[in-house]
Design a binder for this molecule. Sequence first.
Ligand code: SAH
Length: 394
Amino acid sequence: MATVVIKPRRAKPFYFRHPWVFSGAIQRIEGDFAEGDLVDVADADGKFIGRGFINSRSQIVVRLLTWDRDEPVDRGFFERRVAAARALREDVLGLAGPDDACRLIFSESDGLPGLIVDRYGAWLVIQVASVGMSLRLEMVLDVLEQALHPAGIYRRTIEGAAEREGLPVVNAVARGQEPPDAIRVKIDGLDFLANVKHGQKTGLYLDQRANRRVVARLASGRSVFDGFTYTGGFAMAAVRGGAKSVVAVDSSPQAIEAGRRNAELNGLASIEFVQADVIETLRGHARSGRRFDLVILDPPKLARSSAHVRRASARYRELNAAALRGLGEGGLLVTFSCSQHVHEDAFESFVNEAACEAGRVVQTLERLGQAPDHPVIASCPETRYLKGLVCRSL
Ligand code: SAH
């Protein structure tokens, strides 16, 4: 097994279990290796730190899997990690009903860097984002089948991540039956049809589950604008929470169509779905004098890398300013950023700048994050990607 030797004074994060070894921290690599092999990582004095998968073509050269020299990374290792991930979802979070949808394995956060597995009822959807994981895919699929007995496992590829790792883009059945175009699942009492083969992400935004409850709690008696609704999750939660009226906007015709179908499935016909651009719609309402009591903004990832944060910041300001202009006095803004590279403090300052631009003052009432089946691991702050703020506009 090759050994990746870390530069002097650069080993501390890895002793504290940060799982990503970037090329800049590496002094040299001793021994031969092939991409995706297991390698040991050692400090400049040759002391063992951990073991992980290597990919010298990726910015993240090693993804660490274990800090225990005596722990082999074999089938038993994967079985133990899958069992621990499952115990969190089933025993702690209570996400084990037959129609439940949840994220079962969240990569680094579950000790399996480069592997994401979502459960949609009887089906699993798997995403592989590292060469090491993709070389062990058949074994991983065996472990998942044995532990969870799914009707089928479908593989999706996160495109940007696949290119960066040099992985092929695969969207196909990996095991068992092909999932239907619409899998019916229940999330917090609401029915959703998930298209795991063609939908965004793996079909649904499972990471917003807890935040939809926040919206349901705040929506009572309010007129609500759900910007970037996708399949209608926040809009439906708002109606369930007693909203006076709900407008749900998305630019994608497929999203609007799916949102309408979900609303129908739940008997929530009052939602007004609009296929349009969020900013233009907000500005149109502001011009016509229509005001909302609660605006939700959940835009797609606006900063793909740290190089894009500046451009994204202008977009966050513009969006949030338009939302604040659409709120009446004392109105609530629930605003999100799912860009890992936009940190919470920065996001808060973009919202404040938006408020200044709109001539408002905002009070932050709550800070939100991703649902707990997408846990954040303390050793890797980068696993926290979804940030949200509940603000009151004065
Ligand atoms: N809130 C959703 C997830 C939103 S994902 C949920 O809880 O499930 C982001 C959505 O924004 C996508 O559906 C995408 O189609 C939509 N979108 C992207 N740019 C847009 C724009 N300019 N105006 C309206 N919708 C947009």
